[in-house]
Every structure is written in structure tokens, then in C-alpha cells.
Ligand binder design. Structure first.
Ligand SMILES: CC(C)(COP(=O)(O)OP(=O)(O)OC[C@H]1O[C@@H](n2cnc3c(N)ncnc32)[C@H](O)[C@@H]1OP(=O)(O)O)[C@@H](O)C(=O)NCCC(=O)NCCS
Length: 331
């Protein structure tokens, strides 16, 4: 069978999106699911860097059959070989890897991923990331490698047993996201500049954070939750951003930059307050740093779903550390 990967047509991807609904559309009608995808595709982040890919068999114009599909989202990244020099480039996050029921188990997703990584290489990408819900094997065959991702979750109700004095916090709004982007990018730049081995980091741009907020705003309105008022909190030199995820009754942190134990306790408390205000049951934090874990008493455990996977394309980056990964990079 002649298989190849090419950009999807709009109609083609829509046909698969209608089928995705059964997998990723929990608590949404088909109409609501399609509306959400349309809203996400209209965001600045998607318009700037979303691509849809199809694995097809046969000749173009001569009865091609659509077999599998996925999306990729381009965003800025930094990388270093560990020699003190930090380079900028583009990385592509993979999402919505899909093969229709009747075609599964024949290696089609593996062929799709292998073709997509060639396409992304040809675009000059530094690397590609993804978060697997189906283990590592499928993606490893096409060159992605798994990294440790952790999760810590706490219910909204009980108080935090922090032994340190909390710092007053201020809420973050959409207008603050540009400053947050600048600070987080500078932090990553510094961290990569200090790295003595190859390292890679995606940049949490305001556009990328807004993509998550567009999703949250739609889900809150559709599922009858209060609209998010605040997009995060700042305490002294520390800050976090979050998204409301009413589908899983959770407030999820997107970025988390903490400079001291008291600030970690304050930010976590802000997350819990925001979750409670919005009728969400718990706060979920990915990739919590050791300082924050110690200050808050949280015990992050390795994630079994949303397994972080990285495929570096740039020579010398194989085996690179992945710095600053967090939920903002999930698509
Ligand atoms: C996951 C999916 C894309 C695989 O498509 P496929 O064409 O059957 O995949 P391949 O034949 O190339 O490879 C199958 C591999 O995926 C694994 N796999 C498929 N579904 C899985 C699941 N739900 N959990 C764990 N592994 C799964 C198989 O065990 C097999 O692994 P192995 O070859 O190491 O034994 C397809 O089942 C699908 O569309 N599922 C629904 C959407 C989804 O979950 N997408 C992935 C999001 S990360």
C-alpha cells in the first residue's frame, strides 16, 4: 500500500474531528465539541502555527483514502548544546493523533508519526513534543523519547499545612500575560545558559496561555461553571497561571515559577481559592519543583497519562534535558 503524510484539507480533518467526539468530547454534545474546536482554531496561537496532517493511501486526485490524522502546533523554543550558547528556534507540539476504530492495530498511527516527523524536520523544526495517553511505544517507534512528568493533586477543602509565612498575592489578568511571558522566557534563557549538557525548553507565550483560556472559557460557559475571573496569581517574585477545567472538576496550573517557600504556599492557596470560587473540586499541578513540593507538603508522583515525550531534530540535541515543561505545553 502506498502510504504518505500530507497536510489535511479542512473537510478531511473535520470528518475525523466528528469521530474524535466519541473519545475527547466527554460532557459535550457533538455540536458543542465542534464549536469548541472552531473557537480554538480561531485563537492567535492556532492561526500562527496549527497544522493538520493526514496519512493517506493512493494517488492524489485518484481516490485517496484517509487513514489517520493529527495536528501539530508550532511555538518558539530555546536550546543549547551545553556550551553556554542559547539558540532560538521553533518546536511543534503534536495533538489529536487518531485512527478510526476499524483501522486500528495495523501500524497506521506509527506510519503517521513517522511521516509527520519527516514533515516537521523539513520545516526546520528544532524538536517536537507530545503528551501521550497511550504509553510510549507507538511514539518511540517514530523517534520520540519519554521524559519524567509528575502530578500533584489536592482537594479544595483542607487548609495547607505550610510552616512558612505566606506572602500577599495579587491576581493576574489577560493584560498581565505579556509580562509573565517575558519573565518566564528570561528564566528559561538563564537556565539553558547555565546548562552543561544539551537542553531544550518550550517558551510559554501569552498566545499559548490564551489558547488554554479560550478552551476554559468555552467549557465553563457550556458546562454551567462561573467564568474564570483571574488567570493566575503573583506573590512577590513568584507567579503561576492556571486554567479552569470543569470537565475534570479541576483547576490546572499552566506555569509555576516560584522563588521562595512562602510564595509557593501563597500561590497554592490562591489556586485553591480560585478553584473553590469556581465550584471546582481540586487543584492539579504538573511538574512541581522540589522547593514548592517541600514548602507545601505536596508529594508529586510520576504521571502515567499525559506522558511527556520529546523528539529533538537538531544535531547534538538527542538525549537533551527538557527544562521548564509544564501544562502550558499540552495541546
Ligand atoms: C492510539 C491510536 C492512534 C493507535 O492507532 P493504531 O493505528 O492502532 O496504532 P499502531 O497500530 O501504529 O500502534 C498500536 C500501538 O498503540 C498501542 N495502543 C493503541 N491504543 C492504546 C491505548 N488505548 N492504550 C495503550 N496503548 C495503546 C498498541 O498497544 C500498540 O502498541 P505496540 O505496537 O507497542 O504493541 C488509535 O488507537 C486511536 O486513534 N485511539 C483513540 C485516540 C487516541 O487515544 N489517540 C492517542 C492520544 S495520545
Amino acid at each position: 500500500m502506498d502510504l504518505h503524510v500530507r497536510p489535511s484539507s479542512g473537510a478531511e480533518f473535520l470528518a475525523h474531528t466528528r469521530l474524535h467526539h466519541a473519545i475527547w468530547g466527554a460532557r459535550l454534545s457533538l455540536g458543542q465539541y465542534l464549536a469548541r474546536e472552531e473557537i480554538l482554531q480561531a485563537t492567535e496561537f492556532s492561526r500562527a502555527g496549527r497544522r493538520a496532517w493526514s496519512l493517506v493511501s493512493g494517488e492524489e486526485g485518484g481516490g485517496e483514502a484517509l487513514l489517520a490524522s493529527c495536528e501539530s502546533f508550532e511555538g518558539p523554543c530555546l536550546w543549547t548544546l551545553g556550551d553556554g550558547r542559547v539558540e532560538e528556534g521553533l518546536s511543534h507540539a503534536i495533538a489529536s493523533v487518531f485512527v478510526p476504530d476499524a483501522l486500528r492495530g495495523k501500524g497506521l498511527a506509527s506510519s503517521l508519526m513517522s511521516g509527520v516527523q519527516e514533515r516537521l524536520r523539513a520545516l526546520g523544526a528544532v524538536a517536537s513534543t507530545l503528551y501521550s495517553d497511550v504509553g510510549a511505544g507507538l511514539y518511540e517507534r517514530a523517534g520520540w523519547r519519554s521524559h519524567l512528568g509528575t502530578v500533584a493533586s489536592l482537594p479544595v477543602a483542607p487548609a495547607i499545612a505550610g510552616a512558612v509565612t505566606p506572602t500577599p498575592a495579587e491576581p493576574l489578568f489577560d493584560a498581565d500575560l505579556a509580562a509573565i511571558e517575558t519573565e518566564l522566557c528570561a528564566r528559561r534563557h538563564d537556565a539553558l545558559g547555565r546548562a552543561t549538557t544539551p537542553a531544550f525548553a518550550e517558551l510559554p507565550t501569552a498566545a499559548r496561555l490564551r489558547w488554554h483560556h479560550a478552551r476554559a472559557t468555552f467549557l465553563c460557559a457550556t458546562l454551567g461553571h462561573p467564568a474564570p475571573r483571574y488567570l493566575g496569581a503573583r506573590a512577590g517574585q513568584s507567579h503561576c497561571t492556571w486554567m479552569h477545567d470543569p470537565k475534570s472538576d479541576a483547576l490546572r496550573t499552566l506555569t509555576w515559577q516560584v522563588e521562595g517557600p512562602g510564595e509557593a504556599v501563597t500561590l497554592l492557596d490562591e489556586c485553591r481559592t480560585e478553584a473553590a470560587r469556581s465550584g471546582l473540586e481540586r487543584v492539579v499541578l504538573w511538574d512541581l519543583d522540589p522547593l514548592s513540593a517541600q514548602a507545601t507538603g505536596l508529594e508529586p508522583t510520576p504521571r502515567t497519562d499525559s506522558l511527556p515525550m520529546l523528539h529533538p531534530f537538531t544535531p547534538g540535541l538527542q538525549g537533551a534535558q527538557w527544562l521548564g515543561a509544564n501544562r502550558f505545553g499540552w495541546v
